[in-house]
Design a protein around this ligand. Structure first.
Ligand code: MV4
Length: 445
């Protein structure tokens, strides 16, 4: 097992990784920017290294600085968390060249899932259902029209270098298509320096359902069920839950089996998530694969009584998975609310000093946070200040528990999205599990 790990991240996920290391008896090294000197991950870690000024590009994305910190402190491995360098193939390669274990999959897998058209081709070849669409990239208007007419309108044009909803255009007819195609291409060129786009049948009112997988370095793969992530705004998830109210036992078995087989075929290792669109007829289609630990991993941990971050570390250290698919248990229902330092009406960031913080506690309540009473939320990073996760026997009870937790939570000095979460929790459609990716449209003024 590793003796010392460097955490190349900040905020709640840096703390979460340190907690796992502490339980495994592994020493930790925090890295931080000049804006994060008073951050909790810096205090929790055994050692801390300042890696640069506040802007991420000069600190949390600065590969030479992070590798230097790793060498100076003599760590065995680096955990990248989510965001920042977590899905950067080059960073994973540099770690390898420096004899530092990157806690995540092989660089080639990270790369192949980063290009969305290639990821789709790879998954299709591995037997995963994909959305009907073009074979690969679409090189000119004529090809776009031909494909759209073969698939049938409406169609979606997606940037191959995009992902997470960036660089998408919908077209309902030929006139819209030509315009959408050209706009998508030039936007992709500007945003990603890659104008490659492909075409897909547009699925109306889908749910976002993702399957969590764990794969060791010896070809053993298990799934830990699904997460329902349809409650999101502008591709930022607000609430996630497990299980999904839309997924039956049989559907879970099928989606899980397909995810596991795909991972075996592509030689996947470490934790990963396969995202699907689920349509109104229970058909599911591969969307993207995330090769990192995700923000919403705790809901899976609650219902499967697992520790995904510890599993990532064990796998990276070369341990085989110590449980089989039959040993994975699914107990009750978990919900996560992402509490952001934002105006709940305008979604504008609300950084600043937290003058009072009272976190919810009690049965079935977990809070993953790096905030504390008197903490200054810096304006330079994403606005997630806490994840409130609840677990109970049933979805109804989990909702009641979340409402109780959020009503008890006090954050003064900055604005938060707590009032919006309470509104969603009281919504009749949400309570009935009647949700899709368009759910939040109704809440936006
Ligand atoms: C789609 C789709 C409908 N049809 N693809 C958005 C994120 C990116 N990964 C893919 N996305 C979508 N792809 C087809 N063929 C609708 C979306 C989509 C969406 C997906 C998941 C969660 C929220 C979403 C919000 C709007 C659109």
């Amino acid at each position: 097992m590793f003796k010392k790990i460097l955490i190349a991240n900040r905020g709640e996920i840096a703390c979460r990784i340190i907690w796992a290391c502490q339980e495994l008896g592994i020493k930790t090294v925090a890295v931080h920017s000049e804006a994060d000197r008073d951050a909790l991950h810096v205090r929790f870690a055994n050692e801390a290294v300042c890696i640069g000024p506040a802007p991420s590009a000069q600190s949390y994305l600065n590969i030479p600085q992070i590798i230097s910190a790793a060498e100076i402190t003599n760590v065995d491995a680096i955990h990248p968390g989510y965001g920042f360098l977590s899905e950067n193939k080059h960073f994973a390669e540099v770690c390898k060249e420096c004899n530092i274990t990157f806690i995540g999959p092989r660089p080639e897998v990270i790369h192949s899932m980063g290009d969305k058209a290639e990821a789709k081709r790879t998954m299709r070849a591995a037997g995963v259902p994909v959305t009907p669409g073009s074979e690969g990239l679409i090189d000119d208007e004529e090809a776009a029209i031909r494909e759209a007419e073969r698939i049938g309108y409406p169609v979606l044009i997606k940037a191959t270098a995009g992902g997470g909803g960036r660089g998408m255009r919908v077209a309902y007819n030929r006139a819209e298509l030509v315009n959408a195609y050209n706009t998508a291409r030039s936007e992709a060129e500007v945003a990603f320096k890659n104008s490659g786009v492909y075409l897909e049948k547009y699925i109306a009112n889908p749910r976002h359902i993702e399957i969590q997988v764990l794969a060791d370095n010896y070809g053993n793969v298990i799934h830990l069920g699904e997460r329902e992530c349809s409650i999101q705004r502008r591709h930022q998830k607000l609430i996630e839950e497990s299980p999904s109210p839309a997924v039956s036992y049989e559907l879970r078995q099928e989606m899980g089996r397909i995810a596991v087989e795909a991972c075996q075929k592509i030689g996947y290792n470490n934790a990963g998530t396969i995202e699907f669109l689920l349509d109104e007829d229970d058909q599911f289609y591969f969307m993207e694969m995330n090769t990192r630990i995700q923000v919403e991993h705790p809901v899976t941990e609650m219902v499967t009584v697992s520790d995904l971050v510890a599993a990532q570390i064990r796998i990276a250290a070369g341990e085989p998975l110590n449980y089989k698919q039959e040993d994975v248990m699914f107990v009750g229902h978990a919900i996560e609310c992402r509490i952001n330092a934002e105006d709940p009406q305008t979604f504008r960031p609300s950084p600043g000093r937290i003058t009072t913080l009272n976190l919810p506690t009690g049965p079935g309540v977990r809070v993953d946070t790096a905030s504390y009473d008197g903490y200054f939320v810096p304006p330079h990073y994403d606005s997630l200040i806490a994840k409130v996760i609840v677990h109970s026997r049933t979805r109804d009870r989990a909702i009641a528990r979340m409402r109780r937790a959020l009503e008890a939570m006090v954050v003064e000095g900055i604005k938060t999205t707590i009032p919006l979460h309470l509104k969603i929790l009281n919504d009749p459609d949400f309570k009935a599990g009647n949700i899709s990716t368009r759910f939040m449209d109704r809440f936006l003024n």
